[in-house]
Design a protein around this ligand. Structure first.
Ligand SMILES: *Cc1c(COP(=O)(O)O)cnc(C)c1O
Length: 415
């Protein structure tokens, strides 16, 4: 690939101007790496622990140790990490079903949760599929007000639901919305507010947030955090899986939903997946830093090229997601083509918009990952509707992320 002088100059300028941002990202990665290594040492992680078990998986020392490492590093009392949790959505569903009982209220205080949870929550018409609604769980939410929690309204809802309120729900990352992502500290304030008014558990969808701050929401009192291993904490190495961490009783209840009451985390074969999960967690703080640098670099490049980006390169970041308002369908497609062409896998494929089930508008996606659907690896997508916003995240190495952003910028300028 030959880059134009314009893109080469802009990239060079970016790296001069982003020194401070990069230094802050490195500082966070170092603090998180130190915590990971301290925990590996504390639990005397050994090579023998990396092989895993078969059958029931009783006495799997590696599995138990990895659970403790996750708990330590996330500032939680307990945790479990399993390769057979299929996605972030399932990790979240395990937590919800583990805690909620018929007649209980779940109150989301950061607006409507991520799209894939709609069917888990269900609506008021019981269709027999076994959604939370089907089991008689009542869902309620408080929309954000100017991108922040509406504390007045939350206070009213907590009072209104009283003793029935069993779970307060918070989503850290913006997902497909245009609102700021919350820092662990800000989530801590929400948790403190809720805990001062209700005895309910507080659960946080932590997807895309892990290792972006030096602490996770569990260090600020969250009863449960949930996430996917093909995002941040898998470090681009874990091949599949999910985790849940939090307070002892909440994690225990979730574990009964993972397997069954009476078994919890005491069984479950790890069949050769432990090495990748340990290695991925070791790499994760660094890989998240690579993804953050890629996002900041992209924000800078596109802002200078005249596009509206969010967050801006100057802002503090609490997840790895970056958006660019492309402004026109052909620009959004060009952006995705550039990302795809710079991917290590499937670089020869041309992404085209398609009518994905469950979405109102056509969607275009770019992904060329070693692990299918992995979004800690560089990936981009966006719905074909105004203002034609590209959402993208990931980048296993800053160098490959930078290359992909330069390639996409080049494509955009041509179109
Ligand atoms: C990715 C994500 C999820 C879960 O998505 P999966 O594709 O099921 O892993 C949930 N919430 C947010 C905010 C996410 O970014």
């Amino acid at each position: 690939m030959e880059f134009s002088q314009k893109i080469l100059d802009l990239a060079a300028q970016a790296e001069t101007d982003l020194k401070e941002q990069f230094a802050e990202i490195d500082r966070i990665a170092f603090a998180n790496t130190a915590r990971v290594l301290d925990s590996f040492r504390k639990h005397r992680i050994s090579e023998a622990m990396l092989y895993g078990s078969t059958g029931y998986g009783y006495g799997d020392m590696g599995r138990d140790a990895l659970d403790e490492v996750y708990a330590d590093v996330f500032g939680a009392e307990a945790a479990f990490v399993r390769h057979n949790i299929v996605s972030g959505t399932q990790a979240i569903a395990i937590a919800l079903y583990g805690i909620l009982r018929p007649g209980d209220v779940m109150l989301s205080i950061t607006g409507r949760p991520y799209d894939t949870l709609s069917e888990v929550i269900g609506d008021k018409t019981k269709n027999g599929d076994g959604s939370l609604a089907d089991f008689g769980v009542i869902y309620d939410d408080v929309p954000l007000k100017n991108g922040a929690p509406d504390y007045e309204a939350i206070e009213k809802k907590i009072a209104e639901h009283g003793e029935k309120l069993k779970l307060v729900y918070i989503q850290r990352s913006k997902g497909y919305e245009t609102r700021p992502t919350f820092s662990s500290k800000e989530i801590g304030e929400m948790i403190a507010f809720a805990k001062a008014r209700t005895g309910a558990y507080v659960a946080v969808d932590n997807c895309y947030g892990e290792f972006c701050d030096t602490e996770e929401p569990t260090a600020y009192g969250a009863d449960l955090i949930m996430g996917s291993l093909i995002k941040n904490p898998g470090g681009g190495i874990a091949e599949t899986g999910g985790y849940i961490a939090g307070t002892k009783r909440a994690v225990e209840l979730a574990s009964y939903r993972l397997t069954t009451v009476g078994i919890g985390t005491e069984a479950g074969a790890t069949v050769g997946q432990l090495r990748g999960m340990f290695k991925g967690f070791f790499f994760a703080p660094h890989v998240v830093a690579q993804a953050l640098k890629t996002a900041v670099f992209a924000a800078y490049m596109y802002e200078k090229l005249g596009f509206e980006v969010f967050p801006s390169w100057k802002e503090a970041r609490h997840d790895i997601v970056q958006t660019v308002k492309c402004g026109a369908p052909e620009k959004l497609c060009a952006f995705c083509r550039g990302i795809q062409a710079a991917s290590p896998i499937d670089s020869f494929v041309t992404p085209e918009p398609w009518a994905m089930p469950g979405y109102e508008d056509e969607v275009i996606m770019a992904a060329g990952a070693f692990t299918q659907g992995s979004s800690i690896e560089l990936s981009a997508d966006g719905p074909l509707r105004a203002p034609f916003t590209a959402y993208f995240q990931g980048g296993l190495t800053y160098e490959s992320g930078k290359y992909a952003i330069m390639m996409s910028a080049e494509e955009m300028l041509k179109n």
